[in-house]
Design a protein around this ligand. Structure first.
Ligand code: GLU
Length: 377
């Protein structure tokens, strides 16, 4: 059993209760073992993104806040002090394996608003491309109640879908989903695989949370909904013991929530769901033929452009008579698109600088109306 073998880009969420003990101290030895697991997954060619909780828990200790429940102001102060310690802990633990870490603090507007979303995604992808591991947490010290996830389960699901991860692993203090919360019901049995999150599955989650984390099983199943509907599978596994990822990979108990759709399909459904397109591209007959054969749209086949759009905006694609035949995400903003329209792909470097895409719309970001659409229903 190698639970992680088939996944290439993995987001791993680490709960506070794993990283920080009840006295508010970092579990440094455990973190060192986890870092070893992460380094060996990376060595297998996997891209790893970590969503780490623990800022508030560490900050409590640092600031001497011992009350059972902190006020909002105290939590935010604790997060502020604790985040420094948390980042440092990750940088040191992964640094021992020659891995550079990058810190990213997120609020919901970043994962939900397009401009921020694209930018955060680019930063994360760039870090991964440079061989670094992004360490992500919620920006708890400035987030207000209205703009707060409040739990890293759902936050990690949004991050995983944003970067189109194959898999989200939630490491917590429970080894998966049970038919009922096991602390309350001795007859509860473990569920190894969830094909689809139904109302019945949701009702099994109950509401129990561990001593430090915000989310219980409920937010984990909610995270599962976000992830699986976007084509990202999710695993819940127990992370408290040494080498939790190696353990998971060699048969450790866990619950796998299967992706409800493929990521490509989910992206295409999203493209077709765009209510208003930002612009149009009109094609010559040759480009229309190429698209119908499943090829990407190259600048040379574009004869006319309307609208003002940004890179990755949804645009309508028209045939030579002006009829809409497809929708897609533009690889260029409208200014660059106008610059390269009608030009051969081998001139892209000279026109836009090296490193730019040569397709106007990549096949993966394109939905042919009538052809691909049927497969999306
Ligand atoms: N973002 C919080 C922290 O770092 C944790 C939230 C959670 O436990 O889910 O302390």
């Amino acid at each position: 059993m190698t639970a992680l073998a088939s996944y290439r880009r993995i987001t791993i969420k680490i709960g506070s209760a794993l990283l920080v003990d009840k006295a508010g101290k970092l579990r440094a030895e455990w973190l060192a073992q986890l870092a070893q697991d992460v380094a060996s997954l990376k060595g297998e060619g996997k891209e790893i993104v970590i969503v780490s909780s623990g800022a508030i828990a560490l900050g409590r200790g640092l600031l001497g806040l011992s009350a059972l429940t902190l006020t909002l102001e105290q939590s935010q102060a604790a997060a502020s002090a604790g985040q420094i310690a948390l980042s440092q802990a990750w940088a040191e633990a992964l640094g021992k394996h020659g891995i550079v870490t990058g810190q990213i603090l997120i609020t919901p507007n970043i994962t939900e608003e397009r401009r921020y979303f694209l930018n955060a995604r680019t930063t994360i992808r760039t870090l991964l491309g440079l061989g670094a591991i992004p360490i992500i947490n919620e920006n708890d010290s400035v987030a207000t109640a209205e703009i707060r996830y409040g739990d890293n389960d759902r936050l990690s699901a949004r991050v995983a879908t944003m970067i189109e991860a194959d898999l989200l692993v939630l490491l917590s203090d429970i080894d998966g989903l049970y038919t009922a919360p096991p602390a309350k019901d001795p007859n509860a049995t473990h569920i190894p695989v969830v094909e689809r999150i139904t109302a019945e599955i949701e009702s099994m989650a109950g509401g129990a949370a561990s001593h430090l984390s915000r989310g219980g099983m409920t937010t984990k199943v909610e995270a599962g909904k976000i992830a699986t509907l976007a084509g990202t599978a999710m695993i819940i596994a127990k992370g408290t013991e040494a080498h939790p990822l190696a353990r998971l990979n060699t048969g450790g108990l866990h619950t796998l929530f299967k992706a409800a759709t493929s990521r490509a399909q989910s992206r295409k459904r999203w493209i077709m769901g765009t209510l208003s397109v930002a612009g149009t591209l009109q094609l010559d007959a040759g480009a229309v033929r190429a698209l119908r054969q499943g090829k990407s749209l190259l600048p040379v086949g574009v004869t006319k452009i309307t609208g003002d759009f940004e890179r990755s905006d949804t645009i309508a694609i028209l045939d030579d008579t002006g009829r809409e035949i497809a929708r897609g995400l533009s690889s260029f903003d409208s200014a660059d698109a106008r610059l390269v329209m009608g030009k051969n792909s081998d001139r892209m470097g000279e026109l836009l600088g090296v490193g730019n895409r040569s397709e106007m719309v990549h096949r993966d970001n394109l939905v042919m109306i009538g052809i691909d659409e049927e497969a999306l229903v």
